[in-house]
Design a protein around this ligand. Structure first.
Ligand code: SAH
Length: 352
């Protein structure tokens, strides 16, 4: 865990860790539950924790750090009500979170890093590189303050915002335990999806956590030539190794993987690529989620034509693959990876 200045961010601590801290401070353990309760309700000043003795509040303030993320901007889609937040963190960095409304409930899409170093050619998040990892408490605050600010109850979480979750492994695992905690937000693992560009060396460790979450793999191309061109993370790893890692993950966890596939005109949308994708998906019983490419100003790629998309789906279905096309939400509020933060940077609006 990183620290903000000399003080540790108390929001990143699990209740049992808080208990240990309090015991070390010579305080009763039951205070941990009270503090975790305040934190889980969004209280970000020790002075407001009214059931704690004043002396303890002062001790906590001397030892720990608490910060409420500030809303830098809030854009609400006129089309579908999607809300896109840009938050300011304690160190001045900006962070994006999206709240999407579906029939079955509201989903928060959280960022896991400030920036990203994976370099995907179609993605806006990676343009300025990686600035830093987010702490567990900062990721938790994306969910909590999105709920508090929007007034919408949150039933699902997707780790599909800015950053590569498996490149910030420990903080992301800690975030999952925090958000899942029964005394906290209590969001079930089966309601959480983690998306990765395929850092396969982390798959065994993730499987070993025995979480019931859904692993989404951003495949985007079924052959090495194309995938290495648009996703540098493929270089030195390769599609065959990725599929083998997916198979091992599925066998170990019993959880079906989902392949994310952004349809890019003339790059990854040929009938041959559809057939190869189908073979990969079938070999690991994966579900395929086709994403209409979001146009990013700085990128030359264009979305596939409706005809190509239709033919691509036809081939996948003919091969017996379970395929869905993701509905585009928030198209009027830059609600795709990194675009809002990117725009603020271009205007010189934030420090990052
Ligand atoms: N680093 C992780 C999670 C963040 S991106 C990952 O790579 O999976 C979430 C998803 O959006 C990924 O599947 C990513 O490839 C995709 N994505 C990025 N830019 C996009 C764009 N311009 N259009 C459509 N999908 C995009």
């Amino acid at each position: 865990m990183t620290e903000s200045g000399a003080k540790q961010n108390i929001v990143s601590l699990l209740p049992e860790e808080l208990e240990a801290e309090l015991t070390a401070m010579g305080e009763p353990r039951f205070r941990a539950k009270q503090i975790f309760g305040w934190i889980s309700r969004g209280v970000r000043e020790f002075g407001q924790m009214s059931n704690l003795p004043k002396a303890l509040r002062e001790k906590l303030a001397a030892r720990f750090f608490l910060y409420e993320p500030k809303v830098l901007s809030r854009q609400v889609s006129a089309i579908d009500g999607t809300i896109k937040y840009l938050w300011e963190l304690a160190d001045g960095n900006a962070l994006e979170t999206v709240v999407m409304s579906y029939k079955h409930g509201n989903t928060v899409c959280v960022s896991s890093q400030v920036g990203c170093r994976q370099g995907c050619a179609f993605c806006a998040s990676t343009i300025g590189g990686l600035v830093r990892n987010l702490e567990a408490g900062e990721i938790l605050d994306e969910v909590l303050f999105s709920r508090l600010d929007s007034g919408k109850p949150i039933s699902n979480i997707v780790l599909m915002g800015i950053g590569e979750p498996l490149d910030n492994f420990d903080n992301v695992m800690r975030f999952l335990r925090l958000v899942n905690h029964p005394d906290g937000m209590n969001i079930g693992m089966r309601h959480i999806s983690l998306s990765t560009c395929g850092l396969i060396e982390r798959f065994p460790e993730l499987a070993a956590q025995d979480l019931q979450l859904t692993l989404s793999v951003s495949l985007h191309a079924p052959d090495d030539e194309t995938r290495s061109k648009i996703m540098p993370a493929n270089r030195g790893r390769g599609v065959d190794a990725l599929i083998a890692a997916c198979r091992a993950y599925y066998e170990q966890t019993g959880r079906r993987i989902s392949f994310e596939y952004a349809m890019i005109d003339g790059v990854n949308d040929s009938p041959e690529q559809a057939r190869l994708l189908a073979a990969h998906a079938k070999s690991v019983a994966a579900h395929v989620n086709l994403i209409p490419l979001n146009h990013v100003e700085e990128r030359a790629f264009r979305p596939s034509t409706p005809e190509h998309l239709k033919e691509f789906i036809r081939i996948l279905e003919q091969q017996g693959v379970n395929v869905t096309v993701r509905r585009r939400l928030g198209s009027d509020v830059d609600a795709s990876c990194g675009q809002l933060r990117r725009r603020m940077q271009a205007r010189g609006g934030t420090q990052t």
